[in-house]
Every structure is written in C-alpha cells, then in structure tokens.
Design a protein around this ligand. Structure first.
Ligand SMILES: [Fe+2]
Length: 358
C-alpha cells in the first residue's frame, strides 16, 4: 500500500495524548441514516485469543501470511497489566485495518491458547497477493463450500479461501474491490480515512483491510434469546437468517460489521476468548447489564474492575461474560464482551467525535 509508516506512529502519540480529553463516556457517533440499521454498537474492534508464545509459527501466520501489522501500543498496555498483577508474559496486537487481533502470551493453563468456536472474517483488496503470501509462508488454505459462502455482506465478496492459525483460529478471507478500511461508517478509502485522522498505530500498513464479522457457534434454540439480549442491553435490532448449519442471529455493528451467532446441534465450548465492541449510549448499556446481573470483572485484568457505574465510567469500559435472555433470565451461552465507550483512548475514529454536534 506504500503508506508512510511514520504517520501511524504519530497517530499513536496523538491517541495517547488525547486520552482523557473527553470526560464524558456517553459520546455518541451518528451513523448514516441510509444504513437502515438500528444499533448502538459502533465498532467490533478486536478479538482477544491467548497464544502460548510469540513463536515463528505465529509470526509467520499473522504477519507474513495474513498481512496483519504490529500495533505499537501493545507493549505499554502489557506493562500496565503486569504491574497490576496480571499473569500475561507478553502481548501482541496485530492490526487488520482498523480492527485487531489481540494475543496475550504465556497465560497459565488452561488459558494458554484460545480460539472462538466459529470463524473470523477478514477482508483483502488483493486476494491473489494473499494466496501468494500464504504459499510463501507454507500456510495451508482451501476453498469454502458453496453452502457457506457468507455472500450477503455489504461491499464484501464471497469467501475466497479459508485457513487456520497455529492455535486454531479459523479465518475466512474475503475480497474487496479497493484499498479501503472498514470504519464505523462503512468502507472508506484508506488515504481519505488517514486524512480525516482515522487509523491505528501500526508500525507498517496492514495488507488486511478489516474484520467484517465474527461468527460464533451457539446452542440450538438460543438465537431468539440472544436477539432479545442485544435489544435489551444495547437497543440493537438483530436479523435472523437461515445458515448452512441452522438459524443465525446477525447483530449489526456500525454500518458494515456483524456479530453472528450460528446455532449448531452440539455442545459449544467456551475457553475464555473475548471480543471488544465500542458502543454509543455506554452508560445506558452499563445500567441494563447491571440490571441483568451480568457485569463481570475478568481476574486476568486486575487493574480493571467495574463494580460501580463510576468504575465503568473511569475505565471507559466494562465487561460481561454470561449472555442472558432478559425475558427468562436463562443463561444462553458465555462470550466475554469488552464494552467500550467511544471516549476510550483506543477508539480509531476519535477524530470524528470532534465533529459531532454537542
Ligand atoms: Fe480486549
């Protein structure tokens, strides 16, 4: 892509300096009306999966083969968590356009390696180039069966290939037409996005342009309750679709992303991976989650607890673990969500907030 890497590092500095500039966590970003989505979920920003160590296999897969780019903020975050007593031994953040895969290193068993039960969708402007880097890196890849093409994604082609990370994270790679990043307001030319102050502090530009979805397996009969959960906590209207394996609940995020729950007729394991989502109406979401009794402190991050609304506001985030049907209080499944206010220092489109009407 020929990007000037110094721009990314400069942007990292700006992000750090601007943290705390916004005292209120309830900053909202307007989405274009034409998106026809009812959602307060603005950005599905990262998937966090522990890996035992940053060995040559992980380096080859995520950076050389898949074209993600190291994020320069990870070391500082790692030191903060370690200073608070966290058990991680290292931390790698790999950027995929404006989204990320977070990989804490050296967590003790049974948390040393994690993978979501499902697939992570990644987008590439150059699928032929991706095939070449996969071959050069010795990474096996294969076609995806026609019945599972995931082809109803705005601006994104059907799945071009599938592959799996050294620790079992399954990837579907999709083609997009040009070098665009997936922003909360949809696909946007990378240069134009940088000019508007969007970006993540990559040491070099990522060849991966974004993460349009994560699709997670869930137990049969749970999608209706999950839809009610997102409506109750986040005032977000999900869609139901019939997928290759069964009924699916598609939760809209921003203009171009989805969190998809796919019912399967089998037990669904949960190993402690998490996802991070930036939201509008942060305080309302916290209050709704508290009302359901599902606000959760992850002991892996002893510096981050959310026992009160003030705690959540101070950290610009809170976490939930158990997904509960608000009608029945039944626990449907476990998926740790890291819920962040747009005032959180890591938000990729902070520059847009400056332009929002007060
Ligand atoms: Fe996280």
């Amino acid at each position: 892509m020929g990007a000037d890497s110094s721009k990314f590092v400069d942007f990292a500095t700006q992000l750090c300096l601007s943290r705390g500039k916004h005292a209120l966590p309830d900053l909202d970003l307007q989405l274009p009306n034409e998106s026809a989505r009812t959602t307060t979920l603005i950005s599905l920003e990262h998937l966090n999966v522990n890996v035992p160590e940053w060995d040559s296999a992980n380096d080859r897969f995520w950076l050389k083969a898949m074209g993600l780019a190291l994020d320069s903020r990870a070391q500082g975050v790692c030191q903060t968590v370690q200073s608070a007593g966290g058990s991680l031994k290292g931390l790698v953040w790999a950027n995929a356009g404006l989204q990320q895969i977070h990989m804490p290193l050296g967590e003790p068993p049974p948390m040393e390696a994690q993978k979501p039960p499902g697939v992570v969708g990644l987008a590439y402007a150059d699928i032929m180039g991706l095939r070449a880097t996969l071959r050069e890196a010795g990474v096996n890849f294969s076609p995806v069966p026609l019945k599972d093409q995931m082809s109803n994604l705005q601006g994104v082609g059907p799945v071009a290939l599938q592959c799996t990370s050294p620790t079992g994270v399954k990837i579907y790679a999709h083609g997009i037409r040009s070098e665009t990043w997936l922003t909360p307001r949809g696909w946007m030319d990378c240069t134009a996005a940088r000019d508007q102050g969007l970006g993540l502090p990559s040491e070099e530009a990522s060849q991966c342009m974004g993460m349009p979805y994560i699709r997670l397996q869930c137990p049969v009969g749970s999608t209706e309750g999950l839809a009610r959960f997102y409506k109750h906590v986040f005032d977000t209207q999900s869609e139901f679709r019939q997928g290759a394996e069964g009924l699916e609940c598609w939760v809209p995020i921003g203009v171009g992303q989805w969190l998809i729950y796919q019912e399967i007729a089998a037990e669904v394991p949960y190993d402690g991976y998490h996802i991070a989502i930036y939201v509008n109406r942060f305080v309302s979401a916290y209050r709704a989650a508290r009302g359901l009794g599902i606000v959760w402190n992850n002991p892996r991050f002893p510096n981050l607890t959310y026992d009160s609304e003030d705690d959540a506001i101070r950290h610009h985030e809170f976490r939930i673990l158990k997904m509960v049907d608000p009608e029945s209080s039944q626990v449907l499944c476990e998926v740790e969500h890291e819920i962040r206010a747009l005032s959180h220092g890591g938000f990729c489109a902070k520059a847009w907030l400056e332009q929002e009407p007060a």
